[in-house]
Design a protein around this ligand. Sequence first.
Ligand code: TYM
Length: 340
Amino acid sequence: MDSSAISAPRKRVLSLIQPTSVPTIGNYIGALRNWAAMADDYDCFYGVADLHALTIRPDPPALRRQSTEMFAMLLALGLRRGNNVVFVQSHVPEHCQLNWILTCYTQFGEAARMTQFKDKSASHADNVNLGLFSYPTLMAADILIYQADYVPIGADQKQHLELSRDIAERFNGIYGPTFTAPEPYIGKIGSRVMSLQDPTKKMSKSDPNPKGAISILDSPDQIVKKCKSAVTDSEASVHYAEGKDGVNNLMTIFSACTGQTFERIERDFAGKGYGDFKLALAEAVIEELRPFQEEYRRLMADPASLRQAAAEGAEAAARAARRTTAKAMKKVGLWMAERG
Ligand code: TYM
């Protein structure tokens, strides 16, 4: 047996998702599906980013309910296997502690350049709070606290990931090796799934047009309706090409759900209209989500075991988080209290 295979430590993966609404198949294809694919080969930390959700002042009872539901969804995706940890961000207070330290190693100009900050401060002009501004340093804390090697994300989070990497390298440059510099893992297919109603915009949980996004909890009926009403073009030919944003997007979703290449899809639907393709697409999405939806319903019917799983996740995540936080605190010169 190859002894290097035994001694090499397993690489770490981390990613979080906000609980503010039910994930779309954009979140699923761009991120969650990759989380599941990585769950066997790495030591993974996956979680619910409830602290990030506070930046848009959610309704408190809704946030509590949605956090529980999102946690159940992560379990229903089968992410808690092997050594993997599934947890809720606010259950591990060290994220906030490290966030403060990292905030002091991030330049104002760097945070001000973040396109998501610019977009969100325009769309929430009445509440441009400091949390919205320092959102990426909390994200850096989430990642660096677990010494993550890889972070599976959609393309929209790439800039935040690059900032996390810059912060890690800056800190390591001043104090010596402290944090692993993380790399994004962005899938080749579906890193930016677009709205079904406006394929020039990313599919978003907060799309005001409910037909623009398929949620991963939508019923088969809803999925069929949304696929049927998806915007395409007047060419009536299923092929991937520049200028066919709507069809390209549907092909991306179809390919992600069935594993089929674009060439195969083009061959299978040659001579057929968009109606046939949209029905096949709906069927593929329904089948992809079916096992997940069944498991989710089973878990939601057992709140005691959900609470137990959240407590176990928090404990395991905190063990790893405490080690990194203590290391960073010592490096910057904080006088460490000795507590029993
Ligand atoms: P969030 O909750 O907006 O989205 C969760 C994940 O889904 C991806 N995604 C998409 N991928 C493809 N097509 C789309 N239309 C699409 N929409 C969303 C996102 O890129 C993301 O990977 N800030 C993060 C949450 C977070 C986080 C972290 C992520 C907090 N701390 C640390 C990674 C590491 C966010 O708001 O994602």
